[in-house]
Design a protein around this ligand. Structure first.
Ligand code: AMP
Ligand code: ZN
Length: 466
């Protein structure tokens, strides 16, 4: 069965196939962060769903060329860099660096390119695209010296968001003469400098100014991936106007359909509202790390809800992720122990990785896929308890786990147990040897306080991170 994905453009689940005649290469563009602050975990929900999509495509044999842009100039970056008394580039560099640290912590695979809007090669391209639009009568310069996209020239505008253009026309409540644009829906391509921009401005054929946010993505996507993309992703709030505008600009410049498959993830919510900077109801990854959670736990909590369903963020939800991961860790550990170096052999439990990937083929149905995984954990733990799983069968299940972990990226890092913990384990063994159970329990609590769970097994004490 081919991969099927929901396409925002058609509102249908469609079989996925890339443009590449060999059917192998996938061109994927993902809208990236505006680097004026630390990204919050709502933003990371979008980046994690894109990571899951990329990894699943790769598991199915595609070669994914993914680009993610960095918006390093816009109203917010300018406003906050000025507040901080820093040059725009110095200011945004802080949040670019933080972003890369965070995606590594969340095990998000790096894209091939992270173009930034202020790089001269992309600025040049933005300007030449706007010139092309102006020459075709699609862009115009308004009284405020900014350039706008004339929506009336692109009848398909609104198709992605399934909006009626009429709704964008000025109503009785909004007087159109309050606007310098010809029509209220026309969006800015190039913003003429004003005093709020301070020293942020670039030369252009229309005087000093800066690009609009939408043209940034059209220029960077087509520069790096060509005129036609297979997949374009973002959060649902990107659909309108940002992605509509990207389609309008790109298609008017290239004359080709810009994107075959549009995917958008639903929001991460807090108490029924979107997690966002403006509502102040957000958590950064750093906040969660400071509370003792890990990137792996956060990844688990955010990727295991189907991307088109709103995901409610709660601290108990993260604790649930921790418990689920600990169950997985213990299972992997048991299989590893049982498998030793045996040659894999099949068992009645074999084949679950195929079923897991089949679930993801169905519009990334991760909850069904995780259901398959936890069924297997239960069944194979039972088989291990009853000594029904041979070494070779355990080795085969482990190999299947590694296949799906290439998509999930949830396996525990190989562990380095701190010397202090090893020392305590040794002291506890001595306490047990002299039957001092009270001391033994006390040391076990000390070990737990250091983040390790100690289990006594036939082979001796075993440590697992909590
Ligand atoms: P921004 O930095 O605001 O442009 O957002 C970057 C990405 O995060 C975009 O793809 C947004 O759609 C997405 N995003 C923002 N807030 C949320 C949220 N609460 N849940 C999911 N995605 C979000
Ligand atoms: Zn974008």
């Amino acid at each position: 069965m081919p991969i099927h994905l929901f396409n925002t453009l058609t509102r249908r689940i469609e079989p996925f196939s890339p443009l590449d005649p060999a059917g192998r290469e996938v061109r994927m563009y993902t809208c990236g962060p505006t680097v004026y602050n630390h990204a919050h975990i709502g933003n990371f929900r979008a980046y994690l769903f894109e990571d899951l999509l990329q990894r699943h495509l790769e598991a199915r044999g595609y070669h994914v060329l993914r680009v993610m842009n960095l918006t390093d100039v816009d109203d917010k970056t300018i406003r906050d860099s000025r507040k901080a008394g820093k040059h725009l580039a110095d200011f945004t560099q802080i949040y670019k660096d933080a972003f890369f640290t965070d995606i590594d912590t969340l095990r998000i695979r790096r894209a091939l390119h992270y173009p930034a809007a202020t790089e001269p090669r992309y600025l040049d391209r933005m300007i030449s695209m706007i010139q092309q639009l102006q020459a075709a009568g699609i862009a115009y310069q308004a009284e405020d010296r900014s350039l706008y996209f004339r929506l009336s020239k692109f009848p398909a505008y609104g198709r992605l968001a399934h909006l009626n253009l009429e709704e964008l026309r000025p109503s009785g409540r909004v007087r159109s003469d309050e606007y310098e644009k010809e029509s209220i829906g026309d969006f800015a391509l190039w913003k003429a400098w004003d005093e709020n921009d301070g020293d942020v401005a670039w030369d252009s054929p229309w005087g000093r100014g800066r690009p609009g946010w939408h043209i940034e993505c059209s220029a960077m996507a087509t520069a790096l991936l060509g005129p036609e993309l297979d997949i374009h992703c973002g959060g649902v709030d990107n659909i309108f106007p940002h992605h509509e505008a990207e389609i309008a600009q790109s298609e008017c410049c290239t004359g080709k359909p810009f994107v075959r498959h549009w995917l958008h993830c639903a929001h991460l919510m807090v108490d029924g509202q979107k997690m966002s900077k403006s509502l102040g109801n957000f958590h950064t990854l750093r906040d969660l790390l400071a509370r003792g959670f890990t990137g792996r736990e956060t990844r688990y909590a955010l990727i295991t809800v189907n991307y088109r369903l709103p995901c409610n963020f709660t601290i108990p939800g993260l604790e649930g992720a921790r418990a689920a991961l600990s169950r997985l860790d213990q299972w992997v550990e048991r299989l590893t122990e049982n498998a030793a170096d045996a040659t894999p052999e099949s068992s009645p439990l074999s084949g679950f990785s195929g079923r897991f990937l089949d679930c993801l083929d169905d519009d990334l149905n991760i909850s069904a896929a995780m259901g398959q995984l936890f069924d297997l954990v239960r069944e194979s733990n039972k088989a291990l308890d009853e000594h029904r799983l041979t070494k070779g069968q355990s080795a085969a299940l482990l190999a299947e786990w590694r296949t799906i972990n290439a998509v999930l990226a949830l396996e525990a890092d190989s562990l380095t147990i701190p010397a202090q913990v090893l020392d305590l384990v040794e002291q506890r063994q001595q306490a047990r040897a002299s039957k001092d159970w009270a001391l033994s329990d006390q040391i076990r609590d000390q070990i737990a306080a250091l983040g390790w769970q100690l289990k006594d097994t036939k082979e001796g004490p075993k440590l697992l991170p909590t």
